[in-house]
Design a protein around this ligand. Structure first.
Ligand code: OAD
Length: 253
């Protein structure tokens, strides 16, 4: 009998384009803590206090006290085999779009080209007064870090209470409504609007595959309960084997 990876590979190859929705779990094996797991960021810090725009505007040092080090280390973060497998599947035409909730930039670092960063990215930091742009490692010391003009700096990310970039949101909805399959990877699928995308894709006929160390999304058609860094390379190898076989048989366009 075929194993789960073979079955899922066949379904993805038959239901293109495939869109990825990723969350913090995909970067766990790059050493970045998730939010809601035990010991995760929101397990230690209340996001309403440390990651809301309302508190940021009053006291930005709260946010910077938990995120400053991460931002300064941004350029040292490295993609793991899950990010790389996804980039390879995009190159070979199986994945058309990555939608990520992550702000770590690792999909782009791995080589994925079509990436929607729904919650923004830590790559750029802006001065709220003069709009001068700083790259993550150049952020000045200080709590909160200040621009040369004296203005407060804020990363180009979405805090709770802020709207999502409209273009990113519209493109994500569009990708979800038109995909043939969706890989939902390493997300607890509780933060909207990203959490609505698998349901939207399913409503429009897509086959939904969840890859997670635990079952998080209720409506998946197939679940691979495994670490993303293990599951994605295995799945990519099966898809590639299938494509090679069909090319030999002259079947795959
Ligand atoms: P969560 O921390 O809520 O969920 C992480 C998911 O990854 C959980 O379902 C874990 O079971 C799973 N997981 C952990 N390690 C894994 C691994 N190695 N392989 C596969 N799965 C693994 O993170 P998100 O769902 O991304 O938003 O959180 C969504 C949003 O909430 C974030 O973008 C952030 C946060 O507040 C903002 O800050 C606006």
């Amino acid at each position: 009998m075929d194993n789960l990876y073979k079955q899922v590979a066949r379904t993805i190859a038959a239901n293109r384009p495939c869109v990825v929705l990723s969350g913090a779990g995909i970067s766990a094996e790059s050493g970045i803590p998730t939010f809601r797991s035990k010991g995760g960021l929101w397990d230690k810090y209340d996001p309403a206090v440390y990651a809301s725009i309302e508190v940021f505007n009053r006291d930005p040092s709260r946010y910077w006290s938990i995120r400053g080090e991460f931002i300064r280390n941004y350029h040292e973060l490295k993609p793991n085999p899950a990010h790389t497998a996804i980039a390879d599947l995009e190159k070979s035409g199986f994945i058309s779009q990555v939608i990520t909730q992550n702000i770590d930039g690792l999909h782009k670092k791995a080589g994925s080209l079509n990436v929607i960063e729904m919650h923004g990215s830590l790559r750029e930091i802006f001065c709220l007064v003069c709009r001068r742009e700083y790259l993550a490692p150049e952020v000045p010391e200080g709590m909160p870090p200040l621009c040369q003009c004296g203005g407060v700096l804020k990363p180009n990310t979405v805090l709770f209470g802020e709207p999502l970039p409209p273009v990113a949101l519209e493109s994500a909805y569009q990708a979800a409504m038109t995909c043939g399959s969706m890989l939902v990877i390493g997300t607890s699928a509780v933060v909207y609007p990203a959490a609505a995308l698998p349901g939207l894709a399913k409503q429009h006929g897509a086959f939904i595959v969840e890859i997670n160390i635990e079952k998080a999304f209720a409506d998946a058609d197939a679940i691979i309960q495994e670490k993303a860094g293990i599951a994605l390379p295995l799945l990519a190898a099966e898809i590639k084997a299938l494509a090679d076989m069909r090319i030999e048989e002259g079947e795959l366009s």
